[in-house]
Design a protein around this ligand. Structure first.
Ligand code: BG6
Ligand code: MG
Length: 223
């Protein structure tokens, strides 16, 4: 039997790190005198650290030297890392482990496909690193989502054809990346925002084993 590849985004799919990213961006925005709300933070989901800072500076009408830019990038990340130091498995989103266990028991190849450069340490903290055969993170890609690069590298490393891959994503840019790569896309979160996905769920508690079996069987329908 042909096996599909399952690819998971990290932030907002496996763990809810958006609040920590928000705290770190908010701290920097306050220092720079830029107004930054939780609503603004929505636009930062799935977006690379560098692009987030570019957007923040555009919001404040600031243009800065590359040195200053890199200094603020580093500051934001240091603050973010300090907020996530105490992170543990209690921060895994509901029923994620149930789904990963089900797939692992069936020998399904699994990858992480994330824009974050902190993906590996976070997976270590929440003790999910052993589930993944492949990690493709922000250090491994040159083009950010919605470019499909991150998922195509994951498929290649898994040794699975792109059309046999399933992607779980909470950001529209990630759904677009999966669709461009001709993968099956599963939106996790607000279905009205992620309507471009092939399937939509509010969270993993809505995903049952029958659905996972259906996704596994689908790979065998594709010649
Ligand atoms: C994405 C998050 O997964 O990673 C974004 O949704 C974040 O909010 C991006 O900006 C980059 O993360 P990091 O950890 O490399 O700053
Ligand atoms: Mg995400």
């Amino acid at each position: 039997m042909k096996k599909p590849g399952f690819i998971f985004d990290l932030d907002g799919v496996i763990v809810d790190t958006a609040k920590y990213h928000y705290m770190a961006w908010k701290k920097l925005a306050d220092e720079l005198g830029i107004s930054f709300t939780e609503e603004d933070n929505e636009n930062f989901k799935g977006v690379s650290r560098k692009r987030c800072l570019e957007i923040l500076l555009e919001m404040g009408g600031l243009s800065v030297s590359p040195e200053q830019f890199n200094g603020w990038l580093a500051e934001k990340n240091e603050d973010y890392l300090s907020y996530i130091t105490g992170m543990d498995e209690t921060e895994i989103l509901p029923d994620v482990t149930k789904v990963l266990d089900y797939l692992k028991d069936r020998g399904i190849p699994m990858a992480l496909g994330s824009a974050s450069k902190n993906a590996k340490p976070i997976l270590e903290k929440v003790k999910l690193l052993p589930y993944f055969d492949v990690i493709v993170d922000g250090n491994a890609v040159s083009k950010a989502k919605p470019d499909p690069e991150v998922f195509l590298i994951a498929a290649e490393k898994l040794g699975v054809g792109a059309t046999d891959c399933v992607v779980f994503e909470d950001a529209l840019a990630g759904i677009e990346a999966a669709n461009t790569a001709h993968m099956t896309s599963v939106g996790i979160g607000d279905g009205s925002v992620l309507s471009a996905a092939d399937y939509n769920f509010v969270d993993f508690t809505e995903i049952d084993f029958g659905f996972l079996d259906h996704l596994i069987a689908k790979a065998n329908l594709v010649p």
